[in-house]
Design a protein around this ligand. Structure first.
Ligand code: S3P
Length: 171
């Protein structure tokens, strides 16, 4: 990639490893990183699962959009990891584009994501069972495809390998 992009936004399905890759990239490149879901949890003083279960997904999406907007207008973070649903909504894609970010889709097979979802301690109300998660995965492909850069994550790759490869190709 010829020109160094201003900011990198990582998107992709739940369990693909967006936050981990962003953390490694931030450490390796010395760039500030903000994780959208963590930012929301700090602002709302509630876990994401609690917000969705108590207020509903629609309200969560509004909160997600407001918080993304705040992160983007603050301009401090050079690496932003999104929650898996954020990129699906046009209003979020629009503000990301307005802020001239390079969006990277971590594109892994469903089984890779599901294994991480299944073994993770994180409560993900929108992926309570495999059938539900697979349906979401299949419906979302067309939106993730709209990202600027598609990075194919192979089953045998570690998240460290993924971050290393992204760092080499982008910077
Ligand atoms: C969601 C993904 C989650 C979190 C919320 C909704 C989604 O983030 O934002 O549970 O709709 O895909 P992760 O992708 O980090 O699991």
């Amino acid at each position: 990639m010829a020109e160094k992009p201003q900011r990198i936004v990582l998107t992709g399905f739940m369990g693909v490893g967006k936050s981990t890759v962003a953390r490694i990239l931030s450490y390796r490149l010395g760039l500030e990183w903000i994780d959208l879901d963590r930012f929301i949890v700090e602002n709302e003083k509630r876990e994401i699962a609690e917000i969705i279960e108590q207020d509903g997904e629609e309200r969560f999406r509004d909160i997600e959009n407001e918080n993304l907007s705040q992160i983007l207008s603050a301009k401090s973070a050079q690496i932003i990891s999104l929650g898996g649903g954020a990129w699906i909504f046009e209003r979020n894609r629009e503000i990301i584009k307005e802020n001239e970010c390079l969006t990277v889709w971590l594109n892994a097979p469903f089984d890779f994501c599901w294994k991480n979802i299944f073994f993770s301690k994180q409560n993900r109300p929108l992926a309570k069972d495999k059938t539900k998660a697979l349906r979401l995965f299949e419906n979302r492909g067309k939106y993730y495809c709209l990202a600027d850069w598609h990075f194919v994550v192979r089953n045998e790759q570690t998240l460290n390998d993924v971050a290393e490869q992204i760092a080499e190709e982008i910077f």
